[in-house]
Design a protein around this ligand. Sequence first.
Ligand code: RM4
Ligand code: MN
Ligand code: MN
Length: 404
Amino acid sequence: MSSEIENRLQERGATIDGVIAAMQQFSVETPSWGYGNSGTRFKVFQWPGAGSNLREKLADAAQVHKVTGICPGVAIHIPWDRENDWPAVKEYAGQLGLHIGAVNPNLFQDDAYRFGSLCHFDKQVRKQAIEHVIECIQIAQAVDSNVVSLWLADGTNYPGQDDLRRRRRRLLDSLQAIYAAMPAGMRLLIEYKFFEPAFYSTDLPDWGTSLLIAQKLGPQAEVLVDTGHHPQGTNIAQIVAQLLDEGRLGGFHFNDRRYADDDLIAGSQNPFELFCIFNEIAGAGAEGNTNAGRIAYMIDQSHNIEPKIEAMIQSVINIQTAYAKALLVDRAALLAAQEAGDVLGAYRALQAAYETDVRPLLSEVRARQGRDPDPIASFRASGYAGRVAGERTAVAESSGYPGA
Ligand code: RM4
Ligand code: MN
Ligand code: MN
């Protein structure tokens, strides 16, 4: 264990066990689609042994959980992961030490959705989209998941193409029908994205729109922040702070980016931003904010050139690292500096935590669970990647996501 960390904590009367306990509560859900082949619109490179059906993807996810110890949940995407027997899927996941997490409807790959899904001007198309989401609610119930996570590709490409206020009312109507079909205890997470695939207007472009709609729907609707879905320069940590204060931060889709929705390994491009996000959560949690304790942490990534399972493990490590650093912030010192107008002092309180080497702390958390301190090395040593590359048959995808 790092004496640097212990000393720093001791100085303010905190113990390492408190931090470790918080870290043991922390889990991150991985996405089934992150284990399959995917690519850019230019080319999909086949990865030897990449999972091509839900069972294979769950087996891969089990490897990530095995070495990290914090990834028992797996998000699914319908119809990419469609199965006939959901109780059997639930049982298979259970045998692997996993459970099915968020169920993601797909409202962007049916020919009917050219002009949108829940916002479409044609009532029949809206009905089809609503029924699909309701089917996902039923799947969630069958696998004992309490999260349905909604992302819309709806939008317009040209000014005047459709009436923006009418689209908004259609969206609300459709979501109200969906909300009414949710059982108690289930949460509807409403994801936003400022562009793509539509370019003039997107029906859920930003957190404010998602929040307004969630507030109109009711307490079971919350906002999902995908870290790749903002314009350049957006302060995501501030969005997180506002949602926490409103009690509507439903969850995250972690991934990193430089330009657009790049879906790169979380924390690989801007680890400080990830730290600032977790700093808001840890700060709110320390003050007893109840929302901070029920956030669905999920990864939403597509790995195009890198080994998929290792990329997922690395993402989990980077997320865990950011969270651990946020837990080390000296909140009393931070507050004192803030209220004294000590700009540098406050910044340095964050910097001190950010610059702490938390690798020994993460190793200790893993060691206490009987796991190898180095998840990537442990996965490599298992020989799993070579084994599945030899056993599994490749399924060629032409471009991007399945069905694209
Ligand atoms: C979108 C969005 C959704 C994800 C799809 C595949 O950009 O991030 O969450 O399900 O991609
Ligand atoms: Mn997403
Ligand atoms: Mn995305």
